[in-house]
Design a protein around this ligand. Structure first.
Ligand code: UDP
Ligand code: MG
Length: 342
């Protein structure tokens, strides 16, 4: 069961963590027995710039069990980026991605592994219900999915989230996608490979509160739509054409009206309403352009996805050398600063 730090484990477990100090120990206590279904494993906590004792707990866990490792970020980069860092750091022949708050039952991993052994490469957990979410969040999620189904370029399986097992081929494919505005659910669907859903029951959060405010969720939903659809960008062409056709018909009507009945002055209300309405429409279309241009700008800058503050356990150094060009370690950062001085 135990492995040397430089051996390839059969399975990596990637866990993004943000202020989850109270959850790591209970999680490890349930996760390790649940991983008896594989030959060997490593647990990779990706600390997304926590401000609590998350990293201290991670260091202690690593000291008592070297199969538990951690990577920490220099600040909060968001769950989607934390997952990307976990995928970069994972050395397993496959990897499970799961939340730290025990909402994703570790026992379901055995079911994922069963499907993996049958040859599936992209095994996703499907929530049986959304009862643990608030009514408002459920309503918003349902509408987002409806919108995505209509406009999105890829299909998202209903109820599928981040809780999943990816084979090495799928992990390597995911590693090539270095986009900044990351909508992981879309990326998992985009890479494809032999996929299958496995139902599971979502539990209540173990300790603490959800880290997703409605503001964060809205941003995430926008990232999803903009990353996987150009419909909002193109729809204005058709809208503009329809308005132009209407304006032309209207002009013709006024010409005929003036020829028959002469000039009439009324129409002030119509004028004000149409000016303000169309000004609004134009601003909305500019705003949509802005959403896309803002994301293009972020990509063009080509900044690394994340910056590493600390690595705990695992093959030290090797992770830095082996990491993709865009993931910079703390070492590289200080080296660059050094150069800048001279
Ligand atoms: N998380 C993260 N960075 C963030 C927000 C959340 O790494 O900026 C992690 C969090 O620690 C947890 C997982 O993402 O392990 C899911 O977060 P949460 O339980 O708050 O989300 P919810 O279950 O409400 O969707
Ligand atoms: Mg949660």
């Amino acid at each position: 069961m135990t492995i040397q730090a430089d051996e390839t484990p059969e399975l990596s477990v990637i866990i993004p963590v943000f202020n989850e100090g109270d959850n790591l120990r209970p999680l490890a206590a349930r996760l390790i027995p649940a991983l008896a279904c594989v030959e060997s494993f490593e647990i990779v906590f990706v600390d997304d710039g926590s401000r609590d004792n998350t990293m201290e707990v991670a260091r202690e866990l690593n000291a008592s069990d070297p199969r538990i490792t951690a990577v920490s970020f220099s600040r909060n980069f968001g769950k989607e980026i934390a997952i990307a860092a976990g995928v970069d750091a994972a050395r397993g022949r496959g990897a499970v991605i799961m939340d730290a708050d025990l909402q994703h039952p570790p026992e379901a991993i055995a079911l994922f592994v069963e499907k993996w052994r049958e040859g599936y490469q992209n095994i996703f957990g499907v929530r049986r219900s959304r009862d643990t979410d608030s009514a408002a969040r459920k309503w918003l999620t349902a509408h987002f999915y409806r919108l995505f189904r209509t406009f999105g370029e890829i299909g998202l399986p209903e109820g599928a989230g981040d809780f999943r097992l990816l084979d090495r081929v799928a992990l390597d494919a995911l590693k090539t996608l270095r986009e900044q505005a990351r909508f992981s659910k879309g990326l998992y669907a985009w890479i494809g490979f032999k996929s299958i859903g496995v139902p599971f029951d979502v539990a209540e959060r173990h300790a603490g509160e959800s880290k997703f405010s409605y503001r964060k969720l809205t941003r995430f939903a926008l990232d999803g739509l903009v990353s996987f659809s150009t419909v909002p960008l193109k729809v204005w062409t058709y809208f503009g054409m329809a308005i132009a056709a209407f304006a032309l018909a209207n002009a013709l009507y006024y010409v005929v009206e003036t020829l028959i009945w002469g000039v009439s002055a009324p129409g002030f209300a119509t004028l004000v309403v149409s000016i303000t309405f169309f000004a609004g429409v134009q601003l909305i279309s500019l705003g949509v352009l802005g959403e896309y241009i803002g994301r293009v700008f972020a990509e063009v800058k080509g900044r690394p996805l994340y910056l590493v503050q600390e690595r705990v356990g695992g093959p030290r150094g090797a992770a830095v050398v082996g990491a993709p060009a865009k993931s910079v370690s703390a070492n590289t950062v200080s080296a660059n600063t050094e150069k800048a001085k001279f």
